[in-house]
Design a protein around this ligand. Structure first.
Ligand SMILES: O=c1ccn([C@@H]2O[C@H](COP(=O)(O)O)[C@@H](O)[C@H]2O)c(=O)[nH]1
Length: 644
């Protein structure tokens, strides 16, 4: 873990359900390879993950079972470790390949900008040669100008210990926001390709592994499932998804399941399958059979159950308490040389990038989804009511005519919460990493301008066909979690917890933790389910419900309530001399460039003749990251080394 990472908090754990074939899965890591430095539950880093995977692989080998490591994309954008360097990713591209990954694919974030997809072509694909799969993604090679697959379309291999013949593919959802150096083939078209049609007819396959930067409950995965099933009526299929940033497990049928493993290095997904055929063993030599027999003898009793096919899953909280426990190690035996070295390299990168440099002290937590909007604790309220009016002001365009302006921001532009305490250089990137700047459409009739926000938030007729016809995906306005359709949203506003009370609760909790940890240790060693210890107050965290039930999380937590947020929020920017603006019947419409297409479309829908070409930069086209960082410095700044 990083030097400033909080120590993990002991908690009741569920064991990992090992099987014949096991998987570790990350997705949507978004540059959080340094781990979470303000949240103990997720404070392990990429170096720790490398050590963990190495112990897990050794255990698999010792037990004669197999372990595959999977990553389903969006490794970039969302954390200072990636975003603060010039060029971006200078430090993450180096450390990523230190992890052995068996199967990986691309996310949409690798494709927003031409240079990040060229990084995939020139750096990541070669670094993970043989593991990277691009089933529906092509790139224009900058050297030849020729369009080519970013990586192999699919991969077939036999697992080393069990001899399971795996056919793997790697998809991206039907993403339309990519730069023009890549081509994303819609899944409905990719399945018509000869390579796909041949692959799904392969009879010498024991398991199809379909990885994708694709939500589990999307039409893309549904189509892949149906098409594979049309040719393979009972071959097991395991999907690994991503993009929607949630923990999820979907059961399609008794031989087809899928796992999605959250976001931001909070979760290491674990999945296992038992009862698979082992076609690859037919070809093995008698020596292999001897070794295999020996391994079977040694193997964990659970994995010897071959009565039928069974699937299982666990969402591991990415902290050292969990990782030590599941790998059967301790602080001394856990770190491998490679893992320790990677953690050290991340620490020096963070230092070089001044990511811990404090800009100010946040007076309390501000939540993106964990507080209702609007409210005192809502990050969106803070942005719309405090930050944007102060930083964007009015008169933000060079040709300003002392107008009132309405500034619209999509809620998806905010990615993470603000925690009470130090707000660092890193925090600004975590909240909003995007480089797109503010722009304005000048002199829009006020009555029309005021109808843009409601249209973007509730505009069924606008956001359905017209937006999609222009390649504007309405789901891109709000945070991805919301598009999953699985976010459990609070029905009513809960009373805000008094801060003093919160502090008292925390102190009480650290007193009971020591006592509870000892009791739990004994049960875990005996492989029993953890007991809800009456003396232990659980920490808030994921309490996932998925198709397999509510026992997926490795750590027992106190439930967090999530609230849905609108697609967009609006700030009123008053001109420097409001009297002069009076009740002008025109206003400027300010927005983040990322949503320009939606704003122009809404205005046209309202009968205003505007084009994107009419827009001008606002506030020098500053990014939201810069705007937030400046506001924090001016409003939450503290002198010298004073503690927050
Ligand atoms: O420039 C940008 C790019 C993206 N967004 C928002 O991000 C999410 C997509 O995030 P994923 O991690 O790919 O799921 C999307 O909802 C956009 O709202 C942005 O605001 N600006």
């Amino acid at each position: 873990a990083q030097p400033s990472a909080p120590s993990p908090i002991a908690a009741p754990l569920r064991e990992l359900p090992w099987g014949q074939l096991n998987f570790l899965h990350t997705t949507d890591t978004h540059g959080w390879h340094g781990g979470h430095l303000q949240e103990a539950s997720y404070s392990a880093d990429w170096g720790d993950y490398i050590s963990f995977a190495s112990h897990m692989r050794a255990k698999a080998d010792a037990d004669g079972v197999d372990l595959l490591v999977v990553d389903t994309g969006d490794r970039v954008e969302g954390n200072g470790l990636y975003d603060a360097s010039d060029p971006k990713g200078k430090y993450t591209f180096d450390v990523l390949p230190e992890q052995h990954i068996d199967l990986m694919c691309t996310g949409n974030h690798e494709l927003y900008k031409a240079n990040s997809s060229f990084n995939e072509l020139n750096v990541t694909v070669p670094a993970f040669n043989g593991s990277y799969i691009a089933s529906n993604l092509d790139i224009y090679n900058p050297d030849t100008g020729v369009m080519e697959p970013l990586a192999q379309r699919y991969k077939k291999f036999t697992t080393p210990n069990q001899g399971i013949r795996v056919l793997a593919m790697g998809f991206l959802y039907d993403f339309t926001g990519n730069a023009n150096n890549t081509v994303v083939q819609k899944v409905k078209d990719a399945i018509k390709e000869d390579w796909f049609q041949t692959a799904i007819r392969d009879r010498d396959v024991d398991l199809f592994v379909i990885i994708g930067h694709v939500g589990l409950r999307t039409q893309e995965f549904q189509l892949l499932y149906k098409t594979i099933r049309s040719q393979q009526w009972d071959t097991p299929i395991h999907f690994f998804g991503g993009h929607t940033h949630i923990r999820d497990y979907r059961i399609w049928d008794n031989k087809a399941v899928g796992l999605e493993s959250g976001r931001y290095m909070e979760t290491i997904g674990f999945a296992s399958v038992d009862g698979l055929n082992r076609g690859g063993k037919k070809m093995s030599s008698s020596h292999d059979d001897d070794v295999d027999h020996h391994h079977r003898e040694l193997r964990n009793v659970a994995t010897l159950r071959r009565a039928g096919l069974s699937f299982n899953r666990r969402y591991i909280d990415n902290n050292l308490f969990s990782l030590y426990h599941h790998s059967g190690t301790d602080a001394h035996s856990f770190p491998t040389d490679v893992g320790r070295n990677v953690s050290a390299r991340i620490a020096s990168a963070r230092a070089a990038l001044h990511l811990d440099a404090r800009r100010g002290c946040a007076p309390h937590n501000f939540w993106l989804n964990r507080a209702p909007y609007p409210s005192r604790d809502s990050l969106l309220s803070w942005l719309a009511e405090a930050v944007l009016p102060a930083q964007l002001g009015a008169d933000g365009r060079v040709t300003a005519a002392n107008r009132t302006a309405l500034a619209i921001t999509n809620s998806g532009a905010l990615r993470f919460d603000v925690f009470k305490g130090a707000f660092t250089r890193d925090s600004a990137f975590a909240i909003s990493p995007f480089t797109s700047g503010f722009r304005a459409l000048p002199d829009v009739p006020r009555d029309k301008a005021e109808r843009v926000l409601p249209l973007l938030n509730h505009g069924g007729p606008l956001l359905d066909r017209p937006a999609r016809a222009l390649g504007l995906d309405p789901r891109l306005l709000a945070p991805p979690e919301q598009g999953s359709g699985r976010l459990e949203v609070a029905a009513e506003v809960v009373a805000e917890v008094d801060e003093e009370e919160e502090e008292e609760q925390q102190q009480q909790q650290s007193r009971v933790e020591g006592r509870a940890a000892a009791a739990r240790g004994g049960r875990a060693e005996r492989g029993q389910e953890p007991l809800a210890d009456a003396r232990l107050k659980l920490t808030p965290g994921y309490t996932t419900k998925d198709d397999a039930g509510d026992d997926g999380d490795d750590t027992l937590h106190e439930k967090i309530t999530f609230y849905s947020v609108p697609n967009c929020v609006q700030s009123v920017l008053r001109p420097a001399s409001p009297a002069a603006a009076g009740d002008a019947d025109v206003v400027d419409v300010v927005y983040n460039e990322f949503i320009e297409g939606y704003v122009v479309l809404a205005l046209k829908y309202l009968g205003v003749q505007v084009e994107a070409a009419d827009a001008v930069p606002w506030a020098d086209g500053k990014s939201l990251t810069a705007v937030i960082a400046e506001w924090v410095g001016e409003n939450w700044g503290v002198e010298g080394e004073e503690e927050c």
